[in-house]
Design a protein around this ligand. Sequence first.
Ligand code: MG
Length: 283
Amino acid sequence: MSKWPIGVFASVDAGLGVHFDVVKELGIPSIQLHAPHKETRTQEAASAFLAKCADANVTITCVFGGFEGESYANIATTARTVGLVPEETRAARMQEMKEISDFAKLLGVDAVGLHIGFVPEDTNSESYKDLIETTRELLDHVKTNGQNVHLETGQETADHLLHFIDDVARDNLYINFDPANMILYGTGEPIEALKKVGKHVRSVHCKDGTWAAEGRRGQDWGCEVALGDGDVGMENYLRTLNEIGYEGPLTIEREIPQDPVQQKADIGKAVSLLEELRTKILG
Ligand code: MG
């Protein structure tokens, strides 16, 4: 693939991604795929999906894990329910993430992504230490499948994420950078954060958002909006990706599956915007 192929976050039967028909209709050459439900993570389903991708000339670049019981209703609920952080579901979800890695291998994909959740602030706590061990066990399994793990950004500040990656100390842990999440969760200026974590970034989301009201950031959600309409600053974002030497796909995320008509229209516009900026920046 040439530098910065356009991509989109897609779903089969789970997650907030766009349906494959839209990927095909818009002629988008790469996708990140939200892992389907357990019942559909089979060799048969993988082969059928790969045939669809081959037919539409689509490459799958990363498979994202998500879990039953996760809720993004508000920031507090997200902290309580998302990723490997919640202790009561940690072991079971780690096991499921290993299965998702096995399914990604059936698809020939060398990266799996996830929201790990709100990493505990107190790095001396038992919960933090156990999270490090859990993450290492997952990474070691993923490595046997020839894969890396990409952690989605947003729930931590750039510094806290760097500290966590350092503590895990494995060579197959990287970052999926999502600039809008930094704004939506109120965890820091995205461009500044991208410069800090740049060397760990192996995949990115092109998503946009607006900050929550001053004084409410980190407590209230910001608002996810169509690419180019938010506070990220897409040209500055792409120029910064170029500066850090990122060459991978530009994967659009538009998380409004409840309105598929608008979702498709916004993704179409995002493709045009990214193509225009790519030409402007790369020449
Ligand atoms: Mg994202």
